[in-house]
Design a protein around this ligand. Sequence first.
Ligand SMILES: Nc1nc2c(c(=O)[nH]1)N[C@H]1C(S)=C(S)[C@@H](COP(=O)(O)OP(=O)(O)OC[C@H]3O[C@@H](n4cnc5c(=O)[nH]c(N)nc54)[C@H](O)[C@@H]3O)O[C@H]1N2
Ligand SMILES: Nc1nc2c(c(=O)[nH]1)N[C@H]1C(S)=C(S)[C@@H](COP(=O)(O)OP(=O)(O)OC[C@H]3O[C@@H](n4cnc5c(=O)[nH]c(N)nc54)[C@H](O)[C@@H]3O)O[C@H]1N2
Ligand code: SF4
Ligand SMILES: [Mo]
Length: 741
Amino acid sequence: MNEAATGERSSYRICPLCEACCGLEVRSRDGQVIGIRGAAADPFSAGYICPKGYALKDLHEDPDRLRTPLLRRGGELVPASWEEAFDEIARRLPPLLAEHGRDAVALAVGNPSAHKFGLLLYFNRLAKALGTKNIFSASTLDQMPKQLASGLLFGHWLSVAVPDIERSDFLLVIGANPVASNGSLWTVPDFRGKAKALRARGGRLVVIDPRRSETAAIADAHHFIRPGSDAQLLAAMTHTLFNEGLVRLGRIEAWVDGVDAVRDAVAAFSPERVAAHCGIEAATIRALARELAGARSGCVYGRIGTCTQRHGTLASWLIDVLNVLTGHLDEPGGAMFPKAPAFAYNTQGRPGSGRGVTTGRHRSRVSSAPEVFGELPMTLLAEEIETPGDGQVRALITVASNPVLSCPGGPRLAAALEGLDFMVSVDIYVNETSRHADVVLPGWSPLEDSHYDVAFPQLSYRNQARYSGPVFAAPAGQPPEWQTLLRLAAIAKGRCADADLLADDDEWLASDVRRLAGEQAAAALAGLAGLSGPERLLDLALRLGPYGDGFGQRPDGLTLAKLQAAPAGIDLGPLQPRLPEMLRTPSGKVELAPAILLQALPQALDDLDVAAPALVVVGRREVRSNNSWMHNLPTLAKGPLRCTLLIHPADAAAHGLVDGSQAHITGSGRTLAVTTELSDTMMVGVVSLPHGWGHDLPGARLALAAQRPGINLNALLDEGQRDPLSGNAVLSGVAVTLAGA
Ligand SMILES: Nc1nc2c(c(=O)[nH]1)N[C@H]1C(S)=C(S)[C@@H](COP(=O)(O)OP(=O)(O)OC[C@H]3O[C@@H](n4cnc5c(=O)[nH]c(N)nc54)[C@H](O)[C@@H]3O)O[C@H]1N2
Ligand SMILES: Nc1nc2c(c(=O)[nH]1)N[C@H]1C(S)=C(S)[C@@H](COP(=O)(O)OP(=O)(O)OC[C@H]3O[C@@H](n4cnc5c(=O)[nH]c(N)nc54)[C@H](O)[C@@H]3O)O[C@H]1N2
Ligand code: SF4
Ligand SMILES: [Mo]
């Protein structure tokens, strides 16, 4: 922080709002934000910022953002002290657990937890203390298929290969719109600038999407695809590689198992066989496969559009299969594995092999869905609350989660929440979900909190280490969120609400140190003295990490203190080849043909013969919006109406609709009124609606958002549809009908 003579301060802050993780420069005076801009000195984001980054000022100042706990009294949520709030939880939660067992309480964790290291690092403490199997998160509304596929192939769910875009000649983007979303499972600030640079040096960007998205608009080519048919398209591209003798594994050949099994598995997926189903001509499918195989460097990158469908895990798998078979995995300019400075499983333990991943260690009670990475599908939360019997969910703790808007079947879930015996929300707003809680516990504003991204350096386009301290002092009397989670954990273990949290933290730390530090345990504990909370866990992870000082073993290595002394972070260089060292599979190889995927592939073949619905809906993201929760911020809320139904003019005409018509859209037995926006960017037969809207529910306290509430896409989606392998919700290509209003 620089204190200028004017009383103006400039602070470095990593933006916690999306996966791009831009470094920002926050200028303030007298405790007020006077300006936010991209931090030019940040070696990773180099000054990039989007409108949401600027809106951190609005978030900090939002009068609707909670500054005190709320407690339900006489049916109303009213302000309460922290002591009263925790006393209420201590009074009501333990008896429920004692009477009905640990599974009687469910945990639902939402997206912002991934962007708050206090929440991310301490959530597991709470889950462990609760001992419940009923754990749900936004992962099963999002990337669980990619996690599972990566886990099966490479041995850990966060070993996700990302495009090395700065050295790439060819990028095939399928089911992602990084120009609007700023990237996902790929931390790549200023994607647009990097894509422009790729094209300027003669490279090609190709996009496959049912909408000519903002990313497609800057691409060399765009192909429409029928929603939900990506697995079949990618299988046909794989088929083409074998059929035309284009398979070339290159340097990694010795570490890949299962190529022949993949060849057999895709034998029936000829381009001709899938073309009509995908809406892409056979010749185009072949050309795509040839271009990928022929690129000097390049890769396929797929994201949420390829995950949120019935064959999401198959599609996610086949993306990596294509990268492997064309020699682009783990090669400069291809799909590479970042080496994160802290917390990455693929830098811990014995290099080159590991336990791999298994799923289905337990099943959900009602639908018998397999557990994946300890989680059950979020779409099944409602039935677990509704269905009586042993193990019924009677209490819920949500952490930065708004499933009433973000999960299919939102209205059903809202009704189910009313049937709970007890609900706690750790949230900064009374939103459409936390309005149902008995106790709401707020966290700090991002500008009051320190920040380190636990997950995203594992997904970054370059290796990097960045930390930012708080811009403003913490609000008096309000605990940081990690302590709130520890307090909840203590209560769950039956301890009184005023348990000694710092002693608990020391105990948890000691067990982490025993697990991670081995012979260094004593040195580590001594070296960490003076720190507490997430910072202490970060220092431990950095110092034991691949660039770390090893608690004195490598004196030049990284420590939290060194990171704190680096004004805008530390660049750790371009991505490097990491095979076979990063693998954690039992075989020590890339397991390209996992049995559960081979067994599931014939279903994708059978689906080629299922008649397509006349009209389906897909989702959409827009730069000024962020899932369900930034519609209350003035700088983002202004401007044109964003929650519109994009529809091709031919489809509109067929339904008697014109631009700006009010239409009734029906899906899963629920009908909502929506404003249409005619656009030839849509594929015929596909309409697009953004998710996270529908801010007109009684009891929510989002005054600005309620002025233009939009409609809840997830009210129209069917909570009964999911990818059977990963449990991920189907959000793409769900049948709807339309009628003029
Ligand atoms: N139809 C459809 N549905 C979707 C999607 C889609 O593409 N289509 N996308 C899905 C995806 S990818 C995701 S990730 C989910 C996201 O959906 P959710 O997981 O529900 O997350 P958000 O809507 O981002 O935020 C949830 C809440 O977190 C709270 N919050 C924000 N910051 C903080 C904080 O610092 N601390 C605490 N305690 N709370 C905070 C906000 O009040 C907000 O209401 O939505 C999914 N839903
Ligand atoms: N501005 C903004 N940025 C965000 C978010 C936000 O809400 N707003 N959310 C953040 C979160 S939580 C996430 S997970 C990421 C997601 O980041 P992205 O994966 O880039 O998500 P989208 O922008 O929704 O892009 C998905 C694209 O897939 C297309 N699509 C839909 N169905 C299909 C299909 O079946 N097949 C194919 N091939 N394409 C399909 C859609 O038309 C859309 O263009 O964005 C993050 N960034
Ligand atoms: S792109 Fe994402 S990380 Fe960067 S400023 Fe915008 S919201 Fe923040
Ligand atoms: Mo997400």
